[in-house]
Design a protein around this ligand. Structure first.
Ligand SMILES: NC(=O)c1ccc[n+]([C@@H]2O[C@H](COP(=O)([O-])OP(=O)(O)OC[C@H]3O[C@@H](n4cnc5c(N)ncnc54)[C@H](O)[C@@H]3O)[C@@H](O)[C@H]2O)c1
Length: 349
């Protein structure tokens, strides 16, 4: 027996980036709580989150489009797919690297009922998950007052917004980027946001040595940070870009991931560490393990959180946006989207 009502074809809505941004603006606390709850739900097995599918192009090796299908049970009850492109060359042309749509599917009929602009949803859930990790992974140590951003594009900006929006304030903010122009652009944003003292480090080593919380958000395809001595002060590292750290750094750290099966793939640094050692013993567990008290995080080693990025988070945030837009009475429904509805007669029901 199902708990659902009579089956009907849902209306199909399109939600623009402007609507997504309005629905999420200033909601850092709510979204962080939602992401935390979704991690718990996923940890409890109340979700389906198959491996992401990477579409790559032999003639364009730096570009990719990733499909993230997922299903959430519990009270959220929504299925769907994020389809997200990464074309790093876009940035030089003045447009964002990533672009995306999110399709939400009805739990009862399977019908897609919404298509959302999703680069904002994606950046938001990524930043929220970084804020959740920063909170939980620093509980057993003095709260960091010095943060360092390593690679400062759109994701770094969202992560800073989420840290600030969930109660963090910093005395010192370090910035490092291969591009002086990007470092300057991000510093300009920080100044407007009214943060602590901002220092741009040309030298990656100085950035890391000067930060108790380090955020990696580069687009590096392989490790470029390998000197363990840079981490001698045992910082908490949010390794959001996944491929910056040499496996040796991970092997000397406490490692947390969002999902083990997901993260040990696609030449991420944890994947390289597994290949190097032939085991997963270097992993302490997942962020959900930490939240549930199954894993404690020692203060006398570096801590590295490598979040692969789970489709369930996009779904949870996308559904939140859908509900907010619906509540505001601003849902743009596409009339007649589902049209061929009578089994043996052409046209609408
Ligand atoms: N784990 C997740 O869930 C998740 C989700 C979204 C994005 N990401 C990742 O976050 C990263 C950043 O995304 P974005 O949209 O901000 O990209 P972006 O292109 O806007 O910015 C990346 C910045 O990193 C800089 N950079 C590149 N290589 C560097 C290096 N070796 N050292 C220092 N700086 C370097 C670039 O100059 C650029 O300013 C990407 O790798 C993306 O895949 C991860």
């Amino acid at each position: 027996m199902t708990m659902s009502g009579p089956k009907t074809v849902p209306p199909f809505a399109v939600i623009s980036g402007a609507q997504v941004q309005r629905a999420l603006a200033g909601q850092e606390k709510q979204i962080t709580e939602l992401v935390e709850a979704t991690y718990r739900l996923h940890g409890a097995g109340d979700s389906v989150n198959p491996p992401s599918y990477f579409l790559r192009f032999p003639d364009r090796p730096s570009d990719r489009i990733i499909a993230l299908p997922a299903s959430i049970g519990g009270q959220l009850r929504v299925d769907g797919l994020k389809w997200i492109s990464s074309f790093p060359g876009n940035v030089a042309a003045g447009i964002p690297r990533a672009s995306a749509v999110l399709i939400l599917n009805d739990h009862d009929t399977g019908y897609p009922f919404a298509c959302l602009e999703s680069s904002i949803v994606s950046a938001t859930r990524t930043a929220a998950s970084a804020a959740v990790a920063a909170d939980w992974l620093t509980r057993g140590r003095p709260r960091p007052t010095r943060v360092g951003f390593f690679g400062v594009g759109l994701i770094a900006r969202y992560i800073h917004t989420f840290l600030a929006g969930t109660g963090w304030s910093f005395d010192e903010i370090g910035v490092h980027d291969l591009s002086a122009e990007h470092a300057a652009g991000f510093s300009g944003y920080l100044e407007e946001a009214g943060s602590g003292r901002i220092t741009v480090y040309e030298d990656a080593e100085q950035l890391i040595r000067s930060s108790d919380l380090v955020v990696f958000a580069t687009i590096a395809g392989e490790p470029h940070v390998s000197d363990l001595s840079w981490f001698g002060h045992n910082p908490v590292v949010l390794h959001v870009s996944l491929r910056d750290l040499a496996p040796e750094i991970l092997l000397a750290s406490t490692n947390l991931v969002d999902d083990v099966e997901h993260c040990l793939k696609a030449s991420t640094s944890p994947h390289l560490a597994e290949q190097l050692t032939g085991s997963r013993d270097f992993l302490a567990g997942t962020l959900d393990d930490v939240m549930a008290g199954r894993v404690t995080v020692p203060a006398d080693r570096p801590v590295v959180f490598s979040p692969f990025g789970l489709g369930v988070l996009d779904l949870a945030v996308g559904k939140y946006v859908y509900d907010e837009v619906t509540r505001a009475g601003e849902l743009h429904v596409i009339d007649d989207f589902f049209h061929e509805l009578r089994r043996y007669a052409p046209g609408p029901a």
